[in-house]
Design a protein around this ligand. Structure first.
Ligand code: FAD
Ligand code: NAD
Length: 471
């Protein structure tokens, strides 16, 4: 009973933690005939995060940007077990992972562990709150599908409460003040999407209220989008100015209350600003299980940003050298992006193919050594195997190839910093927006998702976004 775990005693067990960018790109390229493969993740689907802000305002439907993990695994040469559970502990000494069913409905068994020979650790990161008071209680995040749905509900609730008969002008202004915290790409894209919703739909559905809607983007640093070139930062700032989105730079959020946000501006003075909704997009931090795992190797794992890995993505300090980590849970010289996690996943699939070959040859050598037959033939066979082993033992290090940065900034405009010839091409505008759409469409993993996203864009263009949500 339960999920059948692939069990071939001649193969090693490969446990994959996560179903995000890193794990999914790894699985898509992995040759599953080499291992008994088990995937463990609290969500049984892959989420195309770049289009999450579009779901938050209803441009796209939630199902259009998710792909069930079983869609990926069912096409593999050998069956792969997919378990919907969160890993709670990794024990590198006994080579086990303990995991629990954290969903609402649980059966009689909801906690168990599994032994691994190799572990691919791709559990991503969680949203950084810096323990700022009120963030967890009152803000919406923008990381998971639930977050986008929660934001959508809250946004529409603010509108309907503002429309309640007899509401004072001051209260309408408060309810319709939307604060986005974080001037990284998530905060920028989300602000742009909220603005589009306002201009393209809400102005006609709520004509009296729409002029009260105000979007403020708060960023602690002196500028937004530090990863983009100066030209594109200026372009984004001027586009936001035209769109009447206030950018408050050098401003820190110090506290979030039920009906307001406490800001500290460049003058150091704190002020309380009334608002109806706060979306928190202030970056990433490590998950507890990652911190616990790192704490087991304090000498090698001393980077607060994440797991230290070698050039083959192996977690440093692990004596058995059999934990591979990738994506947002690692501390590398690359930014925590889907682009990096994808390339790392593809790379790791190749490495594990090579490791399977090494293991097979080592096994054959061991068998020969145990064989009591002696003679030249056995020696020749052994020499040949050792030569083969030497050949497959050389692992190429991971090399990242940056394909450029793209972000949607609203008003049907996008920005792109693309490597071009030996320099960089920085471009922004409507043509870049079309490029952005086609790039993301082609990056979606399946034809099903591409069709759903393209038809959602078309439906939104023709019929507009929904202004009623039953989620
Ligand atoms: P994730 O994709 O976050 O996957 C982590 C997986 O681990 C998930 O399946 C999760 O359910 C699972 N998990 C969590 N806890 C456990 C546990 N205890 N046990 C087992 N599994 C667990 N990057 C770009 O390059 N371009 C973009 O346009 C872009 N847009 C973005 C937009 C938004 C709104 C966000 C939030 C991020 C965006 N990113 C973008 C960044 C990108 O999404 C991340 O860098 C990427 O998701 C990292 O991949 P990952 O596999 O490390 O983690
Ligand atoms: P981020 O870390 O890039 O940006 C968070 C911002 O929040 C920072 O600029 C930080 O200064 C600010 N901040 C933190 N605390 C604050 C506070 N109390 N008050 C005010 N501002 C505060 O986070 P992100 O935008 O979620 O991006 C995370 C990763 O995902 C990045 O690597 C990013 O490149 C990637 N991503 C890429 C895209 C894209 O390429 N289009 C889109 C989204 C995310």
């Amino acid at each position: 009973p339960g999920e059948q775990l692939p069990h071939d005693p001649t193969k090693k067990t490969l446990v994959v933690l996560g179903s995000g960018w890193g794990a999914t790109s790894f699985l898509s390229k992995l040759d599953t005939t080499d291992y008994n493969v088990v995937v463990i993740s609290p969500r049984n689907y892959f989420l195309f995060t770049p289009l999450l802000p579009s779901v938050a305002v209803g441009t796209l439907g939630p199902r259009s940007i998710l792909q069930p993990t079983r869609y990926v695994t069912r096409h593999k040469a050998r069956s792969v077990a997919v378990i919907e559970a969160a890993a709670t502990e990794v024990d590198p000494e006994n080579q086990t992972v303990t995991f629990s069913d954290t969903s609402e409905v649980q059966g009689a068994v909801s906690n168990t562990s599994i032994k691994y020979d190799y572990l691919v650790y791709a559990i991503g990161a969680e949203t950084q709150t810096f323990n700022i008071p009120g963030v967890k209680e009152h803000a919406c995040f923008m990381k998971e599908l639930d977050d986008a749905e929660r934001m959508q509900r809250r946004f529409m609730d603010c509108l309907e409460s503002a429309a309640f008969p007899g509401q004072s002008e001051e209260e309408v202004d408060r309810l319709l003040h939307m604060v986005v915290v974080g001037g990284g790409p998530t905060g920028i894209e989300l602000s742009g999407e909220i603005h589009d919703f306002l201009e393209e739909d809400l102005r006609s559905w709520y004509p009296e209220l729409s002029q009260h809607i105000k979007i403020s983007l708060v960023e602690a640093l002196p500028s937004v989008l530090p990863m983009f070139s100066k030209k594109l930062i200026d372009y984004t700032e001027s586009t936001f100015k035209e769109a009447k989105i206030d950018i408050l730079t050098k401003t820190m959020v110090k506290e979030i209350k039920e009906k307001s946000v406490v800001l500290q501006g460049p003058d150091g003075v704190k002020r309380e600003v009334p608002c109806g909704m706060v979306v928190w997009a202030a970056g990433n931090t490590l998950r507890k299980i990652t911190r616990d795992l790192m704490a087991k190797f304090p000498e090698a794992q001393n980077n607060r940003r994440g797991i230290v890995v070698d050039e083959h993505m192996r977690m440093a300090g692990v004596p058995a050298n059999n934990i591979f980590a990738l994506g947002d849970c690692t501390a590398t010289s690359y930014a925590p992006t889907a682009q990096v996690a994808t390339q790392q996943g593809h790379y790791l699939a190749r490495i594990l193919r090579q490791i399977a070959k090494q293991d097979k040859i080592k096994e054959d050598i061991r068998a020969l050594e145990q064989d009591s037959t002696e003679g030249v033939e056995v020696e020749i066979k052994k020499k040949a195997l050792e030569k083969q082993l030497e050949k497959v033992s050389k692992l190429k290090p991971f090399e990242y190839s940056h394909q450029g940065s793209l972000a949607y900034i609203g008003s049907e405009k996008a920005i792109a910093d693309l490597p071009f010839l030996s320099g960089n091409l920085a471009t922004g505008g409507v043509a870049t927006f079309l490029f952005w759409r086609s790039a993301y469409l082609s990056n979606l993993f399946s034809l099903r998702n591409r069709t759903l996203v393209a038809s959602d864009w078309l439906k939104t263009k023709i019929f507009g976004r929904y202004v009623s949500f039953v989620l």
